[in-house]
Design a protein around this ligand. Structure first.
Ligand SMILES: [Zn+2]
Length: 159
């Protein structure tokens, strides 16, 4: 995974630069999920996206790490906003639970209600980041999603 991140980080596009329209990201993301579902079934595709998000969360957690949980979460929130993934808010934090919401989610904000929660990669990403901090496995689920008519993306992590 580390290798993937370092490989794709090397960008040489003198004329076009590093930014792409959000629609292009969404097209890649949603078409890939659609065809992964076709191949693996919807549950299989969801797990694939969750695991990919977890692997990235594990890598990113190393970069953003702080031994103080609040600072770690602040580093994550700053990164997420700077990279325009969304606007992260901590909704609940206890010894056994973390609930975060992502306003303006890169994947689903503004979509019509399609009757399901679809931000599996984000769920994995949050889980991976929390697992990095705790040093053990957690259970994470998407508990709200813009694509499910809930107005915001929300991930609940239990540990
Ligand atoms: Zn969502």
């Amino acid at each position: 995974m580390e290798e993937i991140l370092s490989q794709v980080s090397k960008i040489k596009r003198e004329k076009l630069g590093t930014d792409v329209p959000l629609l292009i990201f969404r097209v890649l993301r949603h078409y890939t999920h659609f065809y992964a579902s076709d191949l693996l079934g919807e549950r299989g595709a969801n797990i694939l996206f969750i695991n990919a998000g977890k692997a990235l969360g594990d890598e990113l957690g190393k970069v953003l790490y702080d031994e103080d949980l609040d600072k770690y979460l602040q580093n994550i929130a700053s990164f997420v906003e700077k990279e325009k993934i969304g606007i992260l808010k901590i909704v609940e934090k206890s010894d056994s639970k973390l609930v975060v919401q992502l306003d303006e989610c890169i994947t689903c904000a503004g979509m019509d209600n399609i009757g399901k929660r679809i931000c599996h990669f984000e769920v994995g990403l949050v889980a991976g980041l929390v697992e990095k901090f705790l040093g053990r496995k957690v259970i994470a689920a998407e508990t709200k999603c813009g694509a499910n008519g809930e107005g915001v993306c929300e991930v609940t992590v239990s540990f």
